[in-house]
Design a protein around this ligand. Structure first.
Ligand code: AMX
Length: 459
């Protein structure tokens, strides 16, 4: 035990440093300076302690979607079942306190979070602004992307359009070209370029999909604003409070450690040395599933259905009627969207952060009132089922109601917003995967016969 404590004391801490300790100042220079030390640390860990076991794997885990099996290294964030997410050691309230906002005291900007996720250092306002300018400068889409999006059938789901457009940008990949021409030790530089370009271009792609599907197809940029502010203008929203909501939304949706399906898919595909465009397109396909990112669309659909049915039947919205509606959903063989989680065992702090925003900015909104009453009822109902491991709300239980309040009502689009945000975590980690030269991911599968033979031996 003492030996473990000594080792742990020597290991790099997953806590953000408050000021850049290095003299290098651009994001790429800070990262370049960090790489040799981190490579050496990983090599030492592998060489001297590679044979240390991390626990047994049970048959239940093999059949049950690998829950809890520690099988991936992920440094940008960590998820504790009780406490929730920490980005480089910082909780959501820590980020709100420490990361620079667009305005002093405002919500942290996604640019500040990208800096934190990549470097584990809290950026100064100047560094965050420098990154904003860099992202704006990289934001021009390859010429074929706009016509491609305009050619999609109107009824193609926005997430299908989004994943297809991101994959189609692969024509621009510097990493894919470099793979054939440069020493693999230098590949991280090209991964960096692609990753920053993906961050820069996702908002316009997302806005084009939105404007073509629900509005006049025109996208108007405002590069005098930050990443989120410009994104809101491109979508067609001009309320500064909505800009703040978008900053909060993007930060809390950015990363949720590595095991979730979108992050894991990005990491898996990237491990084949597929470039960041194709890797993140895979992540988006995973995010589009209703048990994962699409749950945000499902939640609002469920709440609107509840509201419409109650109105038609002349029923009041209260705990009893919501309990009836919840039971009817469960009895029809469906899940309650926005509730439950594979890792969390408490109310998601991302839900709590959005609830605080609602209490401050829209306390009297009728949909917020429904969401709050659902929160009072659903955990009790799910607990009574006896099988649900986490009856508490997750991030998706709240986001739609906030968006709706500001007139963003097209809920079949909501997962695209999640997809713009999730890139920040999944691709920051992908940068480190390439910088550290992590190998092809290739776990072992086993047959049912093997499992039966092990089960029989264990008796
Ligand atoms: N409503 C009804 N049943 C639920 C439930 C919910 N919200 N959450 C879990 N259950 C059920 C499961 O379907 C499973 O039933 P089964 O044994 O009959 O198949 C049982 O409870 C045990 O599941 P679990 O171990 O508690 O959860 P899990 O790790 O297998 O699944 C999740 C996690 C999120 C898929 C699940 O809670 C769920 O389906 N929630 C609703 C969809 C949702 O909100 N997804 C978004 C998650 C966050 C995100 O990724 N964005």
């Amino acid at each position: 035990m003492q030996a473990f404590r000594n080792l742990a004391a020597r290991a790099p801490k997953a806590t953000a440093k408050s000021v850049s300790s290095r003299c290098a100042s651009t994001l790429k220079e800070v990262l370049a300076a960090q790489i040799p030390e981190k490579q050496a640390s990983l090599l030492k860990l592998k060489k001297e302690h590679g044979d240390v076991g991390l626990g047994m794997v049970t048959i239940d885990q093999v059949i049950g979607g690998s829950r809890g099996i520690k099988t991936m290294m992920w440094e940008t964030s960590n998820l504790d079942p009780e406490e929730g997410i920490r980005f480089r050691g910082l909780t959501i309230p820590d980020c709100q306190k420490k990361l620079p906002g667009y305005q002093k005291g405002g919500e942290p900007t996604p640019e500040a979070l990208i800096w934190l996720l990549l470097t584990s250092e809290v950026p100064t306002k100047e560094q965050a602004d420098m990154l904003t300018a860099d992202l704006h400068a990289r934001s021009k889409l390859p010429a074929h992307i706009e016509p491609l999006i305009r050619s999609f059938p109107k009824d193609m789901h926005p997430m299908t359009q989004f994943a297809a457009a991101v994959a189609a940008m692969q024509t621009d990949s510097k990493f894919a070209v470099a793979y054939h021409t440069v020493n693999k030790k230098e590949l991280w530089q090209h991964a960096y370029e692609d990753i920053l370009n993906v961050f820069a271009r996702l908002p316009e792609i997302a806005a084009l999909i939105y404007r073509c599907r629900y509005a006049d197809g025109q996208v108007k940029k405002d590069l005098s604003l930050d990443y989120s502010g410009n994104f809101c203008r491109m979508l067609g929203f001009t309320d500064p409070t909505f800009d703040e909501l978008m900053r909060l939304y993007m930060v809390i949706h950015s990363d949720h450690e590595g095991g979730n399906a979108s992050a894991h898919a990005t990491h898996l595909v990237g491990s084949t040395l597929s470039d960041p465009y194709l890797s993140y397109a895979a992540g988006l396909c995973a995010l589009a599933g209703p048990l994962h990112g699409l749950a945000n669309q499902e939640v609002l659909g469920w709440i609107l259905q509840l509201q419409a049915e109650f109105k038609k039947a002349g029923k009041p919205v209260n705990k009893d009627t919501i309990e009836e509606f919840t039971l009817a959903t469960l009895n029809s063989g469906k899940v309650i969207p926005g509730y439950g989680h594979a890792v969390l065992r408490k109310t998601d702090p991302r839900y709590e952060a959005q609830r605080q925003f609602a209490l401050k900015h829209l306390p009297d909104d009728p949909l917020f009132h429904i969401v709050s009453t659902v929160y009072e009822v659903v955990p009790g109902v799910l607990t009574k089922l006896g099988k649900v491991k986490n009856p508490w709300p997750n991030v998706d239980a709240h986001s739609g109601v906030l968006l709706c309040h500001y007139g963003f009502t097209q809920h079949d689009y909501y997962t695209v917003l999640f997809g713009v945000s999730r890139a920040m975590g999944a691709l920051s980690q992908l940068f480190w995967d390439r910088a550290l030269g992590l190998p092809l991911e290739r776990p072992k599968s086993v047959t049912p016969e093997f499992l039966w033979s092990q089960a029989t031996k264990a008796k």
